[in-house]
Design a protein around this ligand. Structure first.
Ligand SMILES: Cc1cc2nc3c(=O)[nH]c(=O)nc-3n(C[C@H](O)[C@H](O)[C@H](O)COP(=O)(O)OP(=O)(O)OC[C@H]3O[C@@H](n4cnc5c(N)ncnc54)[C@H](O)[C@@H]3O)c2cc1C
Length: 391
């Protein structure tokens, strides 16, 4: 029997499994995921800030996978692409006829000295929870230590993840101050960014609104400030040091390290795919989600890595595998963004929505929009029961 292997049960992998199962392609579909759960990567900043719990953003991958999909919980170590075989950490290798590689993202340190050892990334449930424990323990320690650096937090980067994290953080801090008895006026938050602006993907007016919202709540922004090293308790930009006992690393991501380990030609572990999302030289192998790099035909630039695009890619790649199995030609990937929503805590945010016009939103309404987006994503990936269970 023909075997389709799907690597990774994130937005792209789980969606592709669902689409292929519904297409009834007459093949064995195997979904391989590191954890027994799927997690909503788009909400990791909330876990890290402590405004959501793991149970709010994770659900059983076996329950979420549709009937007819075999789930294997294990870590993919490498793909032997010549032998069409997936090598796993604990199980026997799995042979495939078709491959959908959706292994997602990892933290990118850009080779900055000390970034890996001395800062806290937010790339999966474990790292987000480690960041949260560190934050809470360090703030709680202040009463005994009297060390003001226990109340200093540096967030590295001012892109989407950094800003969403800061929004949750400033929302939660007053409550933490009451709980642990530290003075809010001594808390210092610095956000350090190499580029000359924050939230570069948003229109200047919306980015300015977000900056103002966070500045009024105690965030100090430092743009045009490239980080050159991270030492224990200190972020360094050339001659300037930003001391803090909590350092959050949200400067960027790269694709899974399984990509270079499997011999793909890649840049930052992302592979430029063909216009039908297959890999050059092997039309039975597809890369989707954050491990892929897809040129946008209208601009010539690569699409950004987002959950929205990952899901659209999964639909296209699943349809293309079904087409190949039925002896039909594949179709080109095309994508029309419906916009971007950046939350600033549970209620506020900024958004550019491209639906029945071009809308620029800011303020309290955006929190509600973001909740609808998140709930819709869970609904589409895993069904109604999970959404109701998560509320
Ligand atoms: C804090 C944050 C907020 C974000 N907010 C938004 C947003 O609002 N909107 C938006 O569109 N995008 C957002 N993004 C980006 C979005 O999360 C990613 O683009 C999206 O998760 C990519 O989906 P994916 O399926 O490719 O990868 P992932 O979601 O990373 O899924 C990969 C899956 O593969 C598994 N896996 C990884 N390695 C292995 C291995 N070796 N073996 C087995 N399994 C493995 C992982 O456990 C995971 O389940 C955000 C990202 C972050 C970090």
């Amino acid at each position: 029997m023909t075997t389709i292997a799907i690597l990774g049960g994130g937005y792209a992998g789980l969606r592709a499994a669902r689409k292929l199962a519904h297409a009834k392609v007459g093949a064995r579909i195997i979904l391989i995921n590191r954890n027994p759960y799927h997690y909503q990567s788009t909400q990791l900043h909330q876990l890290a800030a402590g405004t959501k719990e793991p149970a709010d953003v994770c659900f059983s991958i076996r329950e979420a996978a549709p009937a007819g999909v075999d789930v294997v919980v294990d870590e993919v170590e490498r793909v032997d692409r010549n032998a069409r075989r997936v090598l796993l950490k604990s199980h026997q290798p799995i042979d495939y006829d078709y491959l959908l590689n959706a292994l997602g993202f990892e933290s990118e340190t850009f080779g900055i000295e000390g970034a890996e050892e001395n800062s806290l990334p937010l790339v999966d449930v474990d790292t987000a929870m480690a960041a949260r424990r560190h934050l809470e323990e360090t703030l709680a320690r202040y009463r005994a230590s009297g060390d003001e650096l226990d109340l200093h937090i540096v967030v590295c980067g001012a892109g989407f993840t950094s800003i969403e994290y800061l929004g949750e953080l400033v929302h939660r801090l007053p409550r933490l101050a009451k709980e642990h008895g530290f003075p809010m006026e001594k808390v210092r938050i610095d956000c350090i960014e190499a580029a000359d602006k924050i939230l570069p993907m948003f229109e200047p007016g919306l980015a300015a609104w977000a900056t103002d919202y966070l500045s009024k709540r105690g965030v100090h922004f430092h743009t045009s400030t490239p980080i050159t090293a991270i030492r224990p308790g200190q972020v360094v930009s050339n001659g300037t040091a930003f001391p803090a006992n909590t350092i959050i690393w949200t400067t960027g991501v790269k694709g899974s390290s399984v990509i270079p380990a499997s011999g793909y030609d890649s840049k930052r572990n992302r592979v430029v795919v063909q216009d039908d999302l297959s890999v050059e030289g092997d039309h039975r192998e597809f890369l989707i989600g954050d491990v892929s790099a897809v040129p946008d035909p209208s601009s010539g630039r690569l699409y950004p890595t987002t959950a929205q695009i990952s899901v659209a890619q999964a639909d296209c790649a699943a349809a293309n595998v079904a087409a190949l199995l039925a002896g039909r030609p594949t179709r080109k990937f095309s994508f029309k963004s419906v916009g971007t929503v950046c939350s600033l805590g549970p209620y506020a945010g900024v958004a550019q929505i491209d639906y029945l016009g071009h809308w620029k939103l800011k303020g309290l309404i955006v929190g509600a929009v973001k909740k609808v987006v998140n709930d819709r994503s869970v609904l589409e990936l895993a069904g109604l029961r999970t959404v109701l269970g998560n509320n």
